[in-house]
Design a protein around this ligand. Structure first.
Ligand code: PGA
Length: 233
């Protein structure tokens, strides 16, 4: 199982140090991908924990103030990078076009993109789930080779589920995962949105889930340990 930890814009330098001390005590079989803020990305490498970024510039290195390029991420040993998180799509107005550029930059550096896709509550209520996912997936993958497509990780994160404590039913998740597989049969697909140590027993019944993208839970090593334990047993 892939378990990606999205710290979002949390943890100061000192807090991150303590956090890592707790995180490394967790023993598990899952592939842990830690995605801290850029500032914490370079602070330490931890054995058995893979490093990911939360974002990347759509441009190469150069005169782009405030941006962090894929080659810079590579030099800090990032193996993965979250792209197109719904928070960036909403607050930074990231377009599907920009997300496609970012994915290409990452593949050029050999970094695996974790592409976030998902619908709003309103889109679900209006039966637009498949149309939204199709647009997000096709626009992001249109220039990729089949080999790149197979390496890409898709994180299905229904926006109405992120940080709300509400999760889709297993039937809803299964339907979406099957739909995504029609476009990307060989990609790993993970689930994100309020996944935690209390609902993991239900979620893990969905056999198509290859892993999880955890936001809130990523910040609580004790609960994360329970989550991983339940997931793996
Ligand atoms: P959450 O966030 O686990 O806090 O719902 C997931 C995410 O936004 O990646």
């Amino acid at each position: 199982m892939i378990v990606a930890l999205n710290n979002k814009s949390n943890l100061t330098k000192e807090e991150y140090k303590n956090y890592i001390e707790d995180l490394i005590k967790i023993e598990c079989q899952s592939k842990i991908i830690l995605c801290p803020t850029f500032l914490n990305l370079g602070s330490m490498t931890v054995k058995d924990i893979h490093l990911g970024a939360q974002n990347v510039s759509s441009t190469a290195s150069g005169a782009y103030t405030g941006e962090v390029s894929a080659s810079q991420l590579k030099s800090y040993n990032a193996e993965y990078c979250i792209v197109g998180h719904s928070e960036r799509r909403e607050y930074q107005k990231e377009s599907n076009e920009e997300i496609s550029l970012k994915i290409n930059k990452l593949f050029t550096e050999g970094i695996i993109p974790i592409l976030c896709v998902g619908e709003t509550k309103e889109q679900r209520e209006n039966n637009q789930v498949e149309a939204v996912l199709k647009e997000e997936i096709l626009s992001a993958t249109k220039t990729l080779s089949n080999e790149e497509k197979s390496k890409l990780i898709i994180a299905y994160e229904p926006i109405w589920s992120i940080g709300t404590g509400i999760i889709p039913t297993n039937i809803e998740i299964t339907a979406v995962f099957k739909y995504i597989k029609e476009f990307l049969p060989d990609s790993k697909i993970i689930y994100g949105g309020s996944a935690n140590e209390k609902n993991v027993d239900i979620l893990k019944e969905v056999s198509l889930i290859d892993g999880y993208l955890l936001g809130g839970l990523s910040l609580k090593p004790q609960d994360l340990k329970i989550f991983l334990n339940k997931l793996e047993n």
